[in-house]
Design a protein around this ligand. Structure first.
Ligand code: ZN
Length: 499
């Protein structure tokens, strides 16, 4: 029988860019095996060396997680759709609680009163009545809903791509207290999607520019900038002052940190993630449904899933996903509608398709299950394997751009290996370099000679560092160019375009 396997964006490069592949198979395991037979390089992304499905990859049959069916043995019917759902730092997860397929579907936001702490809601003044009149005349919001928004305290983690629409709509809607967490500075390359910021903000702290802009949108609300890097030492205390947390981050350590801190403080986590032209949205709330860890117990190994800085992101995508998050936030705050608890919404901008998967609470979830094995925050960099990299202080792992310049000027025999994408190569490159994109490197090692003294480079350095590690493990002489092409443009040769 013919089965459609939906391929997520990060893995499409292994299927010749196909978004869906038709295969034959009578079970989920057989269908995936047929897929890997056709596209062998997918194999190592789906299976561990022991042949087990990797823990950061979820497989759904139609809208159900096969772990809660018969896993690989789950039988298929003609026309079924099997979806591979990996975690993306731009974000995503699995979960499980109510074991019925319906999970928490049908539970209304009203049942989850986030403002139970208040004996009384604040009144609206004349200016607020005018400003929010289009809300007030809707029965679903009304004066009561608007007063609830005014009483609400929302913490936004990140003021970037997702944070821009989130901040704009939550401020405009009249969320009484809006906390902003960021430590980054506005960069020119942010402007194609981070619509909170303009040309004149380049170089400013995001938190400062964001607070200013949002104050301009709605001066009636309280904006609380938290100029800090969220970590295990400050998250619980910070979250305690808010009713709801919105995850607009772009990296795995912060995602797991936000999830765990939300579970430990009992707060809902309105989650969104983006990558290239694909987005995910859910509401993770350990007390009422699955959490992020129920979906993705472990992060992918560093480097396997590219970040938006490496893989790119369609500028409008965070606008769509962030607006969907804002919608969930407002519903939860006013207590109306069906929140996205126990459901993962997938959006494919390229094909303009929404899909919804059902999530279940994992009865063995280390943080949100009845008998959690983790009851406090941990070191999330370590959890995500970011501490396992090479000791860069050790002799010979990296060189600075100035040293490369000297070696080239001295006529040393240096081979420049660029591991960026062909699209980036089109934008800018170093004279004399050759291109082997990182994901093609394992299959193209034959083009590199062990006698060559390789200097490996990418845009900023992380991808070439992974390539350097891989090459060294295979016996090649390789060093990483610290700071990559960007550092070269900045410090050595400004005629090489920066992007
Ligand atoms: Zn959980």
């Amino acid at each position: 029988m013919t089965i459609t396997v939906e391929i997520p964006t990060p893995l499409r490069r292994f299927t010749g860019d196909a978004a869906a592949v038709a295969v034959e198979g009578t079970t989920v395991g057989a269908a995936l095996a047929a897929l890997v037979e056709r596209h062998p390089s997918l194999g190592r992304h789906l299976y561990s060396d022991e042949g087990k499905l990797r823990s950061f990859v979820n497989v759904f049959l139609n809208d159900r997680d096969v772990r809660h069916l018969q896993a690989g043995e789950t039988p298929l019917s003609d026309g079924d759709t099997v979806s591979i759902i990996p975690s993306i730092a731009g974000g995503s997860p699995p979960s499980g609680a109510p074991t019925a397929g319906a999970t928490v579907l049908g539970e209304t936001a009203e049942q989850a009163d986030l403002l139970g702490r208040l004996a009384e809601l604040p009144q609206l003044d004349a200016g607020e009545l005018r400003r929010y009149s289009r809300h007030l005349i809707m029965p679903e919001v009304g004066t009561r809903g608007q007063r609830r928004l005014k009483a609400s305290r929302v913490l936004m983690i990140g003021t970037g791509g997702l944070g821009s629409p989130l901040g704009l709509y939550l401020a405009a809607a009249g969320v009484g207290k809006l906390g902003l967490v960021d430590f980054d500075v506005v960069d020119e390359s942010n402007l194609h999607r981070q619509v909170l910021f303009g040309e004149s903000d380049v170089g400013r702290p995001k938190i400062e520019a964001a607070a200013e802009r949002l104050h301009g949108v709605n001066p009636l609300i309280e904006l609380v900038p938290h100029d800090l890097r969220l970590d295990s030492s400050n998250a619980l205390e910070l979250f305690a002052d808010y009713d709801l947390i919105v995850d607009g981050t772009d990296n795995f350590p912060t995602r797991y940190l936000v999830n765990d801190a939300c579970v430990l403080t009992g707060k809902p986590n309105v989650y969104g993630s983006i990558f290239r032209f694909e987005g995910q949205v859910s509401v993770f709330w350990g007390q009422r449904g699955p959490c992020y860890r129920c979906l993705f117990p472990e992060p992918p190994p560093p480097g396997l899933v590219p970040s938006c800085a490496e893989g790119g992101v369609l500028g409008v995508l965070p606008g769509i996903i962030g607006a969907l998050q804002a919608n969930e936030v407002i519903k939860l705050l006013i207590g109306e509608g069906e929140p996205l608890i126990g459901r993962l919404l997938l959006f494919d901008a390229l094909r303009l398709r929404f899909r919804e998967l059902q999530l279940q609470k994992d009865p063995h979830c280390p943080v949100c299950s009845e008998h959690p094995t983790q009851t406090e925050l941990i070191d999330y960099d370590q959890f995500c394997g970011l501490d396992d990299g090479p000791d860069l202080n050790a002799e010979g792992w990296e060189i600075e751009v100035e040293e490369l310049r000297q070696r080239l000027d001295a006529g040393e025999d240096v081979s420049l290996l660029d591991v960026r994408t062909p699209q980036e190569w089109e934008i800018a490159r170093l004279d004399g370099a050759r291109l082997i994109p990182l994901h093609e490197l394992p299959d193209r090692l034959g083009e590199v000679d062990t006698a060559e003294r390789l200097v490996v480079l990418c845009h900023y350095g992380p991808r070439s560092l992974r390539a350097t590690q891989m090459l060294r493990e295979m016996g090649y002489q390789a060093v990483n160019l610290r700071g990559g092409l960007d550092a070269w443009s900045e410090r050595i040769d400004p005629s090489v375009p920066r992007y």
